[in-house]
Design a protein around this ligand. Structure first.
Ligand code: T6T
Length: 336
């Protein structure tokens, strides 16, 4: 538990989950915006949110939360990003958003080192930046970094697989790629927690580049090459979905347990079918909402309201509680 970080509290906020009354600008690539806001009562700020990718229900749900908060505060919210997880595709989006001169940037960096310089250009131009979901290794230039308790999520996945397999057997991790702050922490938490189980062994940690098809192929290969395999941890949505499909295709449901992350519809179906055994669910809507609130606080001179790091708690769904409204309330949206 030495690496354990605790949720450090939030200001009290209205619950998210109410009806959408209309959308603020949703753009694949933001080139517009109001430019620098002018002082005075008529100030209307423009905030741009760059997700890891625009097509992922995790980020779509974050966008939803950000839209709700933007409407409440009366700010323009732009949405700009690549349709796949890719550092090469995200960097040009970041540059294009810089040229559009938003008042604040909210971003999920696809790499915790390579995005430092592109993000620093905003800070040098006087534009505050808040990392949301993923972050940078060097957070000194960020106004805030908002994420889930990723380390704890990895620990929870390890405990769940250990319990299901009676504390013995081989386990494997299917992860996205190195240099992603969130999934790196989930893997670290999982590895740390697994050390508690002396009759369990982590036999592989593979990478799927955020492709469910690759994750599925990896899972099938792991099952073939490790007959003693009892569990796979898929560290994000596509890794978990692919891992579960691989387990199902190999006829290993109930022998190889799957702990996954996130909760889009296909994963929820697999959870209900018992192919996925547990899902660590995040609160992306709250992350998006808080990021907009913090950007607004920064722009309106309330910097003291902003916490430099926020870790939101996870919700754990199992096949047994998948239908419980207290759990299903956290399932992700497929449109904002
Ligand atoms: O798990 C989320 C997010 O937290 C992670 O940083 C990247 O993958 C997801 O978007 C799910 O696909």
């Amino acid at each position: 538990m030495t690496h354990r970080r605790w949720f450090n509290g939030l200001r009290s906020r209205a619950a998210i989950g109410v009806a959408v009354f209309g959308l603020v600008a949703g753009m694949t690539l933001a080139t517009a915006g109001t430019g620098a806001a002018t002082a005075g009562a008529a100030t209307k700020y423009t905030i741009t949110l760059i997700p890891g990718l625009t097509t992922d229900p995790f980020y779509i749900t974050m966008h939803y939360g950000a839209i709700q908060e933007a409407k409440k505060l009366g700010v323009n919210l732009n949405w700009a990003g690549a349709t796949t997880w890719s550092l090469e595709l995200q960097v040009p989006v970041v540059k294009s958003v810089l040229a559009s001169k938003p008042n604040a940037l909210l971003i999920a960096p696809t790499d915790d080192v390579a995005l430092f310089n592109p993000i620093d250009q905003f800070v040098k131009a006087g534009i505050p930046v808040i990392a949301v979901d993923t972050t940078l290794k060097n957070t000194s230039i960020l106004a805030s970094a908002i994420s889930s308790d990723n380390y704890q999520g990895g620990e929870a996945a390890a405990d769940a697989i250990a319990k299901l397999s009676h504390d013995k057997g081989q386990v494997a991790i299917i992860n996205v790629e190195k240099g992603v702050s969130t999934t790196d922490l989930r893997q670290s938490g999982f590895l740390w927690e697994m050390k508690k189980y002396t009759n369990m062994k982590v036999v592989a940690a593979d990478y799927d580049q955020d492709s469910p098809t690759t994750a599925e192929t990896l899972a099938r290969g792991l099952i073939l090459s490790h007959p003693g395999l009892v569990g796979i941890f898929g560290t994000n949505l596509y890794s978990a979905e692919g891992a579960a499909k691989g387990v199902d295709a190999a006829g290993a449901k109930g022998k190889v347990f799957v702990a996954g992350y996130d909760a889009e519809p296909a994963e929820v179906t697999l959870l209900k079918q018992g192919v996925i055994n547990i899902l660590v669910i995040q609160n992306p809507a709250e992350e998006g909402s808080l990021a907009v609130q913090y950007a607004y606080d920064f722009l309106t001179g309330h910097k003291s309201m902003i916490k430099h790091s926020v870790y939101l708690p996870n919700v754990v769904a199992t096949t047994a509680n998948a239908g419980n409204p207290m759990v299903s309330a956290y399932y992700y949206k497929t449109s904002a």
